[in-house]
Design a protein around this ligand. Structure first.
Ligand SMILES: Cc1cc2nc3c(=O)[nH]c(=O)nc-3n(C[C@H](O)[C@H](O)[C@H](O)COP(=O)(O)OP(=O)(O)OC[C@H]3O[C@@H](n4cnc5c(N)ncnc54)[C@H](O)[C@@H]3O)c2cc1C
Length: 296
């Protein structure tokens, strides 16, 4: 069966859309570039009774080896917009971003235009929409408003007062983020550039950047780094199939060849067991499974 919408294609490998390079095919992969196209996809998915899930940059995502049924939404180029809507006299910058904007493009523009306090986002892979859903690097503190597309295709503006930001999570009503309004203090561009550069250097010297991964596999328990607990449990280099605990940063699981989703999940379970045995601490996954249902 085909789709009446050009931006939808069948059997697209999710390994091509996750930084882990893992995952089977999406039954239908939709890359809408306009709001109208997105709404048409949602209507058709609803008509066919298909589940809809969302993948952004796929850098915090583990996709199942068997793939996913239904429609996987991945916002296209039309959602990579960025617009400075600041009042030139005001001491704050207001920036409207499409949800598919690469977070690193935002960081680059911050260094150029003097938007302050973005150094925490320097080097963070993925897209702005995904970063907001994960509250990655506490991006929620900049958020003013989100434009959300509801499962029935209606558009809703959600103000910051109706969201809650916690460590690696944003609580927001269900829907797809189409765009966000962010607010930053204005600073001299040279200052913004210097801070971003230094944060990037720190990140590159401490994190695993050479091998496919989804960043930290587990959230840090209160007061202690998950990586330190994993390292102390003697798990650096532990391997199941082609999934391995990074030798550089123990909270990163890396794909050293042709790792499967099952390899990664088995290794995560092994880590959780060993850390519980060694330290009495339960590690909670930070990586999310693709296919978490969205909408009805
Ligand atoms: C090398 C490396 C380093 C990393 N370092 C960090 C770090 O320092 N700090 C940190 O917090 N994270 C880090 N991460 C994890 C990841 O990069 C961030 O969480 C990132 O912000 C996720 O963005 P994404 O677009 O890739 O999200 P995805 O992985 O695509 O999605 C994450 C979640 O958001 C949902 N989602 C995505 N887009 C939308 C949308 N438009 N509307 C609604 N829901 C959506 C997805 O369904 C999923 O549930 C790292 C990852 C890697 C690979």
């Amino acid at each position: 069966m085909t789709w009446p919408i050009a931006c939808v294609r069948p059997q697209e490998s999710l390994a091509n859309h996750t930084s882990f390079r893992i995952g089977g095919p999406a039954e239908w992969f939709a890359e809408p570039s306009t709001l109208e196209e997105l709404q048409a996809v949602l209507r058709e998915a609803h008509r066919r009774g298909l589940p809809v899930s969302i993948v952004g940059g796929g850098t915090n995502t583990l996709a199942p080896d068997r793939g996913l049924n239904g429609v996987v939404l991945h916002l296209g180029r039309g959602f990579r917009t960025v617009e400075d809507v600041s009042d030139p006299q005001a001491p704050i910058a207001q920036v409207r971003c499409g949800a598919a904007l690469l977070t690193q493009r935002l960081v680059y523009l911050a260094a150029t235009h003097g938007w302050g306090e973005l150094e925490g986002l320097a080097g963070l892979p993925g897209q702005v929409g995904g970063a907001v859903m994960m509250n990655a690097q506490d991006i929620g503190r900049f958020l003013q408003r989100v434009t959300l597309i509801k499962p029935d295709g209606t558009v809703r503006e959600v103000p910051r007062e109706q969201m809650a930001f916690t460590y690696r999570d944003t609580a927001i009503e269900s829907g797809l983020i189409a765009s966000v309004l962010l607010q930053f203090p204005k600073v001299p561009p040279a200052e913004s550039y210097a801070r971003i550069r230094s944060a990037l250097q720190h990140r590159n010297s401490t994190q695993e950047t050479g091998l496919p991964s989804a960043g930290c596999a587990f959230k840090n328990p209160p007061g202690v780094g998950a990586g330190r607990l994993i390292d102390l449990a003697g798990l650096k280099g532990a391997r199941i199939g082609d999934a391995q605990v990074s030798l550089r940063h123990a909270n990163f699981i890396v794909n050293v060849g042709h790792a499967t989703c099952d390899d990664v999940l088995s290794l995560m379970e092994h880590i959780q067991r060993e850390v519980r045995r060694a330290h009495g601490v339960d590690l909670e996954p930070e990586v999310r499974m693709a296919g978490e249902r969205w909408g009805p």
